[in-house]
Design a protein around this ligand. Structure first.
Ligand SMILES: *[C@@H]1O[C@H](CO)[C@@H](O)[C@H](O)[C@H]1NC(C)=O
Ligand SMILES: *[C@@H]1O[C@H](CO)[C@@H](O)[C@H](O)[C@H]1NC(C)=O
Length: 337
């Protein structure tokens, strides 16, 4: 009897220590701009551009955050000419419906990238979606990518994206915000909230993109990617807004940190760290960053893999990001996996 209990314990301890670590990446294929959402059904959902054609979206579903190799996957959306170059889809669950936001180009011209959304017509995120709808502010129809939705403390929805100042500007890529009347409609003009004016956000090109909302203790933070995504110096920056101040007023956005808060780790072959999203551990006790990076300094757009790391919080409730880990480093698995 005692021996049996001992063996049972030994098995339990062994499997616990095996399950307790993982190594990045979380998926072995090219997976830029990873946005992972932890739903109330216990699954993580990840809407990803179909690679390498970039002509559609596939949705993955997994109960495990740190390993997506065996996750269920379902293509849910396709485009054909004149549409193409579908970038950075994000899956959101808003007021009991699924939405996927993405940027799409027309006529093979990058200057024609605009934001679109599709709405799921059932409770199944891997099911059918309705026709795509263009998201455009009331005052301008200018280059737009990397749109995300902020549900603010006042209950209202806002759209935040990376855009050009004029129709054919190319650069800089600024961050803009506009109000939404519902998850498929921008209901006002765009407001500029951030321009890449400092050295750390101008490597390769002056560029802010991939805005992501992270809220903690009633505070709202906007983490964004800075510098050229094709460079090893692509990194994350942060701004914040105090509770319930109007996010459509640029001066309400505060910048405390004038440098990257998450960047390359040459000693472990991690380059071009950016385009992050944030989610919780399976048991909800930890916050994790999901981001892409390159293993080689010159990896380029076709060699960006998705990785996960646990983040922490400082005394003011702001996120504290770790130094990104290389593929050989065993990390503690998300709590509850
Ligand atoms: C769901 O969307 C698909 C694709 O647009 C469509 O064919 C189907 O009729 C829709 N179903 C419902 C119940 O609306
Ligand atoms: C990047 O990926 C492409 C396509 O898979 C490959 O041909 C190329 O060698 C890779 N480059 C580097 C530096 O890894």
């Amino acid at each position: 009897m005692a021996a049996k209990i001992f063996i049972t314990l030994l098995i339990a301890v062994t499997s616990l220590s095996e399950a307790a670590t993982f190594k990045n990446p979380i998926l072995d294929v090219n997976a830029p701009d990873p946005y992972i959402y932890h739903h109330t059904d216990g699954y993580y959902y990840w809407a990803k551009t179909i690679q390498p054609t970039k002509d559609g979206i596939e949705v993955r579903r997994s109960r495990i955050l740190s390993n997506w190799r065996d996750a269920e996957v379902q293509p849910v959306f396709h485009v054909s000419a004149p549409y193409g170059a579908l970038w950075a889809p994000e899956i959101h669950y808003i007021d009991n419906s699924w939405y996927i936001y993405f940027a799409l180009e027309t006529n093979s011209d990058n200057a024609n990238h605009r934001m679109y959304v599709i709405k799921g017509n059932s409770s199944n995120a891997l099911g059918n979606y309705g026709p795509m709808v263009k998201l455009v502010p009331s005052d301008s129809d200018i280059w737009a990518i990397d749109g995300t939705v902020l549900r603010y403390g006042n209950g209202k929805l806002y759209f935040i994206w990376s855009g050009w100042p004029t129709l054919s500007a190319g650069f800089p890529q600024n961050l803009y915000i506009a109000p939404m009347s519902d998850p498929m409609t921008i209901s006002g003009p765009r407001v500029l909230i951030r321009e890449p004016l400092e050295g750390w956000e101008r490597n390769g090109a002056p560029l802010n993109e991939g805005p992501q909302v992270i809220q903690n203790n009633g505070k709202t933070f906007l983490i964004f990617s800075a510098s050229g995504s094709w460079t090893a110096d692509y990194c994350l920056g942060i701004i914040r807004i105090e509770r319930l101040l109007d996010p459509l007023v640029v001066d309400n956005w505060i910048q405390d940190t004038h440098e990257c808060i998450f960047s390359r780790n040459d000693a472990q072959s991690v380059y071009g760290t950016g385009h992050a999203s944030f989610t919780s551990s399976p048991d909800g006790t930890q916050t994790w960053i999901i981001y892409h990076a390159m293993e080689k300094i010159d990896g380029g757009w076709e060699n960006r893999t998705a990785r996960a790391e646990r983040i922490s919080w400082n005394a003011e409730g702001a996120p504290v990001l770790p130094k990104p880990s290389g593929f050989s480093i065993a990390l503690e698995a998300p709590s509850g996996e």
